[in-house]
Design a protein around this ligand. Structure first.
Ligand code: GLC
Length: 559
């Protein structure tokens, strides 16, 4: 195993709550995952990432952990988790855990102790500030709406919660807290997990001034005081030393909220000894009107390409490494957002997969993406479950939006879009459960389900398999230099990945109309060509100039 094996790997994200229910309670579980391991192995993925399965009151679907050392009984037992690990390893795959250490649930024992008295040693595990019951310590806003502070009458102070009021931020300034976190991470390593996905990890170091923000724009909400904060590199370096350095061959990926390229180079350049790779979200804000998530607008294609280009070139130049993704449990379905699920479901889903996966970085597939799952198009507010969506609906109503407008925004933007049950087959509840699922299944499951998609020769699932194989067979896809072409073209996203004399040319039509591709000047010297991937049956007749059909994507190897 090479040190950086994960450069050649494909990661698959499982949202256990909605993946597969084995015991008929309407919630997915560990045994459900075990029953689908062959499906995942056939897909050609190398690593599985599980979103949190620890005990939790589930106010934020498990990102509010109340015990770091156990498994939520709803998902199964520790024994079943060990079984899962063993079965994953038997299939030559790996498994990484989601670690949430910016905050805990307020039901965590530490927090219960912390709010019992200011003299309790756990009090300092959290962030407390003075304020009167009417006036919070500053004007920072929670990412889930409202003030980021909650008054606690018991100790006469406010605690900070950047997310829900039940998710209290941990005080990383406290070295004892940090050691407790590292000890917990070592516990999971000793159980045999292969790495970690670190939730909003760039928010853990807060500027101790706790100054007010301007609130003049949607992002002037306090984030500049705690995003990529003053001691973040020190903490990650320490975590690396205390945890990651203990085992070779781990995969560590940080979720970086509103981050910068400069910070991400430092997070992932191996010389800094922090993390292996990072998620950033700039490319997923290209449909925020005026920076506002809860708005409706088509995505800005030119801006999307600019962002890809900035991050690809910048991370490459700085020796950093990207995690490549369109989708996760916090994002609407990419096919509904950037493709055309009605007229060109296969073509647009496969084009999006090609475009993202062949850039420099490690690709992530979110459950259901491989079968072309779409936003469910819920028609009633009661169908939504997510705390963020429900808070947003309240806020939008306060701002005077009608119920129909609110619904239209949630249909496009809610995180629940990605959280509906995995569509396995056309039986009741899409084969996900025999009970009533915790959130409704998308109505299109009778036609759109894994069983049906896999049975077709030219399916999105097969396309993902080919992409995984391609990654394994091409050094240029793993390590080649990225170069964009026609950055201002309104329809095409074209780039190359070159290594020594292997050049992979990736040509993607992002829209439902034909368009023409002409080989860039700089590539005219190549005389040989091999088509590696194409989501249409016909090969281009003249590879120096050809017409791309709606959402066509063609990958050529030039020699
Ligand atoms: C991350 C998670 C998200 C969660 C938030 C707070 O962004 O992906 O689901 O709500 O952190 O933990």
């Amino acid at each position: 195993m090479t040190q950086q094996w994960w450069k050649q790997a494909v990661v698959y994200q499982i949202y256990p709550k909605s993946f597969m229910d084995s015991d008929g309670d309407g919630y997915g579980d560990i045994n459900g995952i075990i029953s689908k391991l062959d499906y995942l192995s056939d897909l050609g993925v190398d690593v599985l990432w599980l979103t949190p399965i620890y005990p939790s009151p589930e106010k934020d679907n498990g990102y509010d952990i109340s015990d770091y050392y156990a498994i939520n009984p709803r998902y199964g037992t520790l024994e079943q988790f060990k079984q899962l690990l063993a079965q994953v390893h038997q299939r030559n795959m790996k498994l990484i855990m989601d670690i949430v250490v910016n905050h805990t649930s307020t039901e965590h024992e530490w927090f219960k102790q912390a709010m019992s008295s200011v003299d309790n040693p756990y009090h300092d595990f959290y962030i407390w500030r003075d304020g009167s019951p009417e006036t919070p310590p500053n004007n920072w806003l929670s990412k889930f709406a409202g003030s980021a502070w909650q008054y606690c009458a018991g100790v006469g102070k406010y605690y900070l919660h950047l997310f829900d009021v039940t998710q209290a931020d941990l005080n990383w300034e406290n070295p004892i807290l940090r050691q407790e976190i590292y000890r917990m991470m070592r516990y999971w390593l000793e159980l045999g997990v292969d790495g970690f996905r670190l939730d909003v990890i760039n928010l853990i170091s807060k500027q101790q001034s706790f100054a007010d923000d301007t609130l003049l724009t949607p992002t002037a909400d306090g984030r500049k005081f705690y995003t990529d904060g003053p001691r973040i590199h020190e903490y990650l370096h320490e975590m690396n030393h205390e945890v990651f350095a203990l085992r070779d061959g781990l995969l560590t990926v940080g979720e970086m909220s509103s981050t910068t390229l400069e910070s991400c180079v430092l997070y992932t350049n191996p010389a800094c000894k922090e993390l292996d790779m990072v998620f950033n979200f700039h490319h997923l804000k290209v449909d925020y009107v005026g920076g506002e998530k809860w708005s409706l607008g088509r995505f800005d294609f030119i801006q999307l390409k600019q962002l890809f280009n900035t991050w690809q070139s910048g991370m490459q130049a700085g020796g950093g490494w990207n995690a490549l993704f369109w989708s996760n449990h916090d994002q609407p379905r990419a096919l509904s957002r950037f493709g055309d699920p009605i007229n060109y479901p296969y073509q647009s889903a496969s084009m999006l997969a090609t475009a993202i996966q062949l850039m420099q970085g490690t690709p992530y597939i979110y459950q259901g993406e491989e079968i072309g799952m779409t936003n469910p198009g819920f028609t009633h507010l009661e169908q939504y479950r997510d705390v963020e969506a429900l808070n947003a609906a309240r806020l939008l109503a306060e701002r005077g939006h009608s119920e129909a407008e609110i619904l239209a925004i949630l249909q496009a933007k809610s995180r629940d879009n990605a959280r509906t049950p995995m569509q396995w087959d056309d039986s009741l509840h899409a084969g996900f459960t025999t009970a009533t699922p915790w959130i409704e299944v998308a109505a299109n499951y009778p036609e759109l389900n894994a069983k049906q998609v896999i049975s077709r020769d030219n399916s999105i699932y097969q396309h993902y398999r080919k992409l995984s194989q391609l990654r394994k067979s091409s050094a240029a896809i793993v390590a080649g230099e990225y170069q964009i072409y026609f950055a201002d073209d309104p329809q095409l996203y074209v780039y190359t990945r070159s290594l020594v004399n292997e050049v992979i040319l990736v040509v993607n039509n992002f829209y439902g109309e034909n368009c023409t591709f002409i080989l860039p000047e700089a590539l005219q010297t190549y005389s040989g060509v091999e088509c590696l991937l194409n989501n249409y049956p016909e090969l281009p007749e003249n590879w120096r100039q050809f017409t791309l059909r709606p959402y066509q994507s063609v990958v050529l190897c030039l020699r």
